[in-house]
Ligand binder design. Structure first.
Ligand code: HEM
Length: 482
């Protein structure tokens, strides 16, 4: 197996990507026949174990460089948006659907939008909305307690997706949508239709929908128009609040208000278009939903497999919370160190975003490799953290590795290789929020419920969609005996 030297080689000595190792390809088709979209990450990770941490495969006639070398991955992530960007076809697909926000924006547009989006997730903002997050967590607890009382199996991922939409809407938009109690609200179905379509289109061999609309594309159009209408109502309500109380413009209370203020800005450089406001509302909802829901579903999976982990989470929750049912502030949630460690270990082993799709903005050199402008890359961010050179006994689920102080006998531990949230200037702005959500749900379950698998013999598989989810995960909750 070939491993690359991490440092950037002088341009003169750099190799062309045609010299990289990789799977044998067919003329015209490249390796496309070996790729199943839902297993794409697993195939790329397997190839990386075979061909090394810098190899190439072909999507039709387009070469794609696959990188899982920590130093090279870090360099690419650090040098955005100037030297590297997200795949341009990804941007086209996402923008065509109307999600043209901070995730797909590049250059100056990205800088402007990023600043605004970050303002929704400051420590002060998270403190301000913590009470609402606790209320939403209690609703989830009641739902799961009721299922426990009825002895019903629970599709935990579906409930968690409603939970994350409720939390994101509350924190970023100041709105209590309450999908958990309202259940089969059309919004969650419409969002599901949209997310599924984004995923399908990303992996489609060519953009057929620009020529012919299949039933799924028509369903997408309907879902989009309904969600847009709902978001416009939301914007109108926020607009009316700002008009009623103009002092709020100086200190906006939600991302929505901040975006509306920026939309009206005198300075043309700061001004956001209507499309940008709407695009970012959808982007933040999309980016905050499945990622966090899938991560918490995987956390429940690990808890169900490991009663010892459940017991330790429970002991910590009992000790730290005292008479309280849930952590009362974000700082309180952070004091649940073992539960936090369980989240970090879940993210390392079951990252909801195991791949990042990157493109070179101009001719450049990456390690030993010369890349032309537009060269496509996939960064195997999960694979980086699965190597024993980054983490001791890397394939094992060992939450203790994240506790401090770490015993000197604990072995290799390089937190730079934990890349579930990305890294560099585009690192996930929702990181702190999602860790709070995991801590709240982890503490709630540990305190009140036992979790087990409905059918331990049924394998739970990794399924890559827009995010990486546990397929076939059904759990049973039992009320805890105190
Ligand atoms: C466990 C949960 C989550 C995971 C694993 C996750 C992962 C990621 C990753 C890998 C990226 C790309 C980073 C990069 O390019 O370096 C990203 C970007 C982003 N995430 Fe998250 N995310 C999570 C939760 C959230 C939440 C809760 C929100 C908001 C409510 C959010 C909003 C965003 C946005 C807006 C971006 C685009 C940032 C940019 O391009 O500048 N994410 N996330």
């Amino acid at each position: 197996m070939e491993t690359v030297r991490a440092e950037v080689a002088p341009a003169g000595g750099a190799r062309d990507l045609s010299t990289l190792p990789g799977p044998r390809r067919l003329p015209f088709l490249g390796n496309i026949l070996e790729i199943r979209p839902t297993q794409f990450h697993l195939t790329l990770e397997e190839w990386s174990r075979k061909y090394g941490d810098l190899y190439a495969f072909w999507m039709g006639r387009t070469p794609v460089v696959v990188v899982s070398n920590l130093e090279l991955v870090q360099r690419v992530l650090r040098e955005r948006p100037k030297e590297f960007r997200r795949w341009s076809p990804l941007q086209e697909i996402v923008e065509e659907i109307g999600f043209d926000g901070v995730f797909s924006a590049e250059g100056d547009q990205w800088t402007r939008q990023r600043r605004l989006v970050m303002s929704a997730f400051t420590a002060a903002q998270l403190r301000e909305s913590h009470g609402t997050v606790a209320t939403i967590t209690r609703r989830l607890r009641e739902r799961w307690r009721a299922a426990a009382a009825r002895g019903e199996p629970v599709d935990a991922r579906r409930d968690l997706a409603r939970y994350t939409v409720d939390v994101t809407s509350a924190v970023a938009f100041g709105m209590d949508i309450n999908l958990i109690e309202r259940g089969a609200d059309p919004l969650s179905r419409q969002l599901e239709t949209i997310f599924a379509a984004v995923n399908r289109r990303i992996f489609a061999p060519f953009p057929y929908w620009r020529h012919v609309k299949l039933p799924a594309d028509r369903a997408l159009d309907q879902a989009l128009s309904a969600v847009r209408q709902r978001m416009l109502d939301l914007l109108r309500t926020a607009r009316a609040e700002l008009d009623r109380d103009p002092a709020r413009a100086a200190a906006p209370r939600s991302l929505l208000e901040a975006m509306l203020v920026a939309r009206d800005a005198e300075d043309p450089k700061a001004r956001l278009s209507d499309q940008e406001v709407l695009g970012n509302v959808l982007t933040v909802l999309l980016a905050g939903e499945d990622t966090t829901a899938d991560t918490m579903a995987w956390m429940l999976h690990f808890m169900a497999l490991r009663p010892d982990v459940q017991a330790r989470m429970r002991a910590e929750a009992d000790a730290e919370l005292g008479d309280a049912d849930l952590p009362g502030t974000p700082e309180h949630a952070q004091r649940l160190r073992y539960i936090g460690a369980v989240s970090h270990e879940t993210l390392r082993l079951r990252s909801a975003a195991p791949l990042l799709f990157i493109e070179a903005c101009a001719d450049t050199v990456l390690g030993p490799l010369r890349l032309g402008a537009g060269a496509r890359m996939i960064l195997l961010t999960r694979q980086v953290g699965l190597k024993d050179e980054s983490f001791h006994d890397a394939s094992s689920f060992l939450p203790e590795r994240w506790l401090t102080p770490r015993p000197s006998s604990a072995g290799k531990h390089d937190p730079r290789a934990a890349l579930a949230f990305g890294s560099g200037p585009r690192v996930c702005p929702g990181r702190a929020l999602s860790l709070i959500e995991s801590a709240m749900v982890g503490a709630m379950v540990a305190r009140d419920l036992d979790v087990s698998l409905v059918d331990p013999a049924q394998p739970v598989k990794e399924l890559l969609g827009f995010t990486m989810k546990p397929e076939g995960l059904m759990v049973r909750f039992t009320a805890r005996r105190r």
